[in-house]
Design a protein around this ligand. Structure first.
Ligand code: PAF
Length: 284
């Protein structure tokens, strides 16, 4: 595996791959890699000739009060994991390389970023969309791989690619889960043992909603209330939101849920904020 820190060197490496007619797959990450990330790398490996991953803790997607400085890092361990999971080029730009000057240009996907996680993180998604645009311009991948755990992020990136005619296939990959159902996340490292014990309640609430949906429940209020009660009963967790939304537009179902729906939940757990989601419709 090659590790490249400069944009110019990365571009040269990609040009060489293109000259050889190679298909390029890209996995953008912020590091502190877990099995969910590694499954994205393996998916990229299976469908591309050259796999590029990036590790960059992107300052523009953190609000001033958030955990940019404490975000967990493990450069050596991450490099090993990348190499073992099919990554051929690891791109590790510094903040100065990525943002030589404070950015004056932002990419905002307005319609999808007014609710769900955007309510507690109002500037987060423009930071994500902006850095992913920059990374796409640097790597120019044929396909890019994202986890479905960050469902809103995936929807934002899909919409951005559509609206801005970016020639990239966006591939969503299933959420990696711990044996007890907790969605894998680098920030799970922040959980106290009590919060970690109670964290499976998010997935439990989603599974219960899926079972209720399968049994014919279509009242959005009932589905939301049941999930809210399951998570709210946990002393170490505080519900941020529970919502049932259209899978593409992310518009909330106020009353009757459509035949295709995603349930999304988020809870505060001390320094951490847990998020999870599940398709309610069958066959997903
Ligand atoms: O999902 C993440 O790790 C980040 O939001 C991403 C897509 C790498 C952009 O910084």
């Amino acid at each position: 595996m090659e590790t490249i820190a400069r944009v110019a060197a990365l571009r040269e490496r990609v040009r060489e791959a293109r000259r050889q007619g190679q298909r390029v797959g890209f996995v953008p990450t912020m590091g502190f890699l877990h099995d969910g990330h590694l499954s994205l790398m393996r998916a990229a490996r299976a469908a591309n000739d050259l796999v590029i991953a990036s590790i960059f803790v992107n300052p523009t997607q953190f609000a001033p009060h958030e955990d940019l400085d404490q975000y967990p890092r493990d450069a050596e361990g991450d490099a090993l994991k990348c190499a073992e999971n099919g990554v051929q080029v690891l791109f590790t730009p510094t903040p100065e390389e990525m943002y030589p000057s404070p950015t004056a240009t932002w990419v905002s996907v307005d319609a999808l970023t007014r609710h769900l996680c955007a309510q507690t993180r109002p500037t987060h998604f423009r930071g994500v969309a902006t850095v992913v645009t920059k990374l796409f311009n640097m790597v120019q991948p044929d396909a890019a791989y994202f986890g479905e755990k960050d469902y809103q992020q995936l929807a934002v990136i899909r919409r951005m690619v559509l609206d801005l005619n970016m020639p990239v296939e966006v591939v969503g990959c299933p959420t990696g889960r711990e044996p007890d159902g907790v969605a894998m996340s680098s920030r799970n490292a922040y959980l106290t043992s009590e919060a970690r014990e109670q964290a499976p309640s998010l997935y439990r609430s989603l599974q219960a909603a899926r079972a209720a949906f399968a049994a014919g429940e279509r009242d959005a209020g009932t589905l939301r209330m049941q999930a809210r009660q399951t998570i709210g009963a946990q002393s170490a967790l505080e519900v941020d939101y529970v919502d049932v939304v259209d899978p593409d537009s992310l518009v909330s179902f106020e009353q009757r849920v459509g035949e295709r729906a995603v349930m999304a939940v988020a809870a505060f757990a001390g320094r951490a904020r847990l998020i999870d989601n599940l398709r309610l419709d069958p066959g997903q």
